[in-house]
Design a binder for this molecule. Structure first.
Ligand code: FAD
Length: 500
């Protein structure tokens, strides 16, 4: 019996009411729940999560070596000190999130196994009606919420994106996407091919190197990698001085953010010098074992795409030791024994791992309606990269990509709480972004600038995403340094939000 039939059969459609409904129990949703309890203590709220537990990205991904590529001092929340090494495993991140849930009594607010399928806004009632499939109980449930806090991330958690190459069906080995890593996959003695060159490929290759016959990273084009020890010397020193962990967390965050800002500025001002440094580092680590100019020298300038961090240079060590290698070429087709490249070479493989990205999921694949009309999200203009014209009482957490995601999740949480309090102070039940009269012909730009930020899943789905405008507050800048001052101080009564 599928969920629709269940709903008609044993329907439990009484409406549960909350002030705020948070979608998703990943790092953003758990953070949102925490901030609500701290900043809007009187608000009732529920977190609905389609999976059987919290963690989001850090629960979904189970491939070998799964770890952050941001440091956890800034990927961790502003309010909870990170005490471990900077680059953390998924398990460590989940443990940290679990402590936030436990320390703040959030567990009772979270409903797992609840996949939201629809959300309908009524301007008459001034609330959202949300329908969710409760897969544990086998029923459909309904909720009403004044405010919808979308913390569902940006990609479909059910399965990753694998391009279709000719001949895939003839391959005699196994093809695996990292997002759906099979528990029974035994790589011992196997020739493993990892397609991709991003953070996921750079994690899997060293994690399986030495545990399989050989692992090859097959990339269409090179990526920049930056290496460093997986320790934070400043944090270590502050701990030796017995500085309170809260101070250490804040000081280390500020230092990391400042260093990142300096590095970003250098990438724009002297890209060739930065390129030379990154390639020089790769050459030092790889010696004669690999042609650095061919495999580690991208055509684009540094920082145009996210630079993957390789802790303790493990990817480079695996290559230098001969357990791993890199091939830069394009796939012509799959054959029974491996992958035929455009150059004509055949790369033999027993297992192919497609580290080729995600399916963009716009607003959690939820069917949205506003007063009965289906919401065409692509026709909206964003307000501060978190709310959208014509969509009342809804905020989406789309974090930073070049800085840690959670920096923005914390900033947006402050913004949402401020807005909720402001609405209460005004006696308003609804806040909806709307372009002011002189902004209706404002030139519009895509959600992100494809020149500066262009992962495949975003480019494939850019036409589904909202636009941004020409000036504040209609921008989605992805710039922490700008937003850290702007978001807390934005005038909520400047006419860009209509209240009712
Ligand atoms: C492998 C990997 C590594 C990454 N590493 C980093 C990193 O080091 N640093 C960094 O800044 N960023 C990183 N990112 C980006 C990362 O996704 C974010 O940083 C962050 O974890 C996203 O958190 P989130 O809570 O916003 O969304 P998610 O982690 O995507 O969680 C969203 C949750 O919402 C649930 N959900 C979705 N739709 C529905 C629905 N309709 N109904 C109910 N529940 C729903 C999902 O099941 C999920 O649990 C990484 C991403 C991946 C895939």
């Amino acid at each position: 019996m599928d969920m629709a039939e269940m709903a008609q059969g044993g329907a439990q459609l009484q409406l549960e009411r909350f002030d705020v409904l948070i979608v998703g129990a990943g790092i953003s949703g758990i953070g949102g729940a925490y901030h609500l309890t701290q900043q809007c203590a009187g608000k009732s709220f529920v977190v609905l999560e389609s999976q059987a537990g919290f963690g989001g990205t850090w629960r979904t991904h189970r491939y070998p070596g799964i770890r952050s590529d941001s440091d956890l001092h800034t990927f961790g929340y502003r309010f909870k000190p990170w005490k471990g090494v900077p680059i953390a495993t998924a398990e460590e991140i989940r443990k940290y999130m679990g402590e936030v849930i436990e320390d703040n009594d959030l567990a009772g607010h979270i409903r797992y196994n609840h996949r939201i399928v629809s959300a309908s806004w009524s301007s008459q009632d001034k609330y959202w009606t949300i329908e969710a499939e409760d897969s544990a109980a086998g029923v459909r449930r309904r909720f009403a919420a004044t405010f919808l806090w979308m913390c569902q991330g940006y990609y479909r958690h059910e399965g990753g994106y694998t391009p279709q190459w000719p001949g895939m069906e003839s391959f005699s080995g196994r093809i695996v996407h990292p997002q759906e890593w099979p528990e029974d996959l035994d790589l011992a003695g196997k020739r493993v091919m990892v397609i991709g060159s991003g953070a996921t490929a750079a994690t899997i290759v060293p994690a399986v190197a030495g545990k399989c016959a050989h692992v090859t990273m097959l990339q269409r084009s090179p990526t920049y990698f930056i290496t460093g020890r997986n320790i934070n010397e400043l944090a270590q020193m502050l701990r030796e001085l017995q500085i309170p962990e809260e101070w250490t967390h804040e000081i280390v965050r500020r230092k990391i953010l400042k260093d990142q800002a300096t590095f970003t500025q250098r990438c724009f001002e002297e890209p060739e010098a930065v390129r030379k440094e990154l390639l020089g580092n790769a050459r030092n680590l790889l010696g004669e074992s690999c042609d650095v100019d061919k495999h580690f020298n991208p055509a684009y300038r540094p920082w145009r795409q996210r630079i993957a961090f390789v802790p303790d240079a493990d990817l480079f060590t695996a290559i230098r030791d001969g357990h791993a290698s890199v091939v830069t070429d394009e796939i012509e087709r799959f054959e029974a024994g491996g992958i035929r490249l455009k150059s004509g070479d055949l790369l033999a493989a027993d297992v192919v791992v497609t580290a080729t990205g995600f399916h963009l999921s716009v607003l959690g694949d939820i069917a949205f309606t506003i007063d009965g009309e289906p919401l065409d999200f692509a026709k909206t203009v964003t307000y501060l990269g978190t709310m959208f014209t014509g969509v009342p009482n809804m905020a989406w957490v789309f974090g930073y990509f070049r800085a840690s995601w959670t920096l923005r999740a914390d900033l947006i949480a402050d913004f949402v709480c401020r807005l909720l309090k402001h609405m209460d102070a005004r006696g308003a039940q609804m806040a909806v972004p709307q372009l002011r009269d002189d902004e209706r012909d404002m030139p519009l730009k895509p959600w992100v600038d494809p020149e500066n930020f262009n992962p495949g899943y975003l480019l494939r789905g850019l036409h589904l995403l909202p636009s941004q405008g020409a000036h504040v507050p209609w921008l989605h800048t992805q710039d922490y340094w700008n937003e850290k001052d702007q978001l807390p101080s934005i005038d909520l009564d400047d006419g860009a939000l209509r209240y009712a």
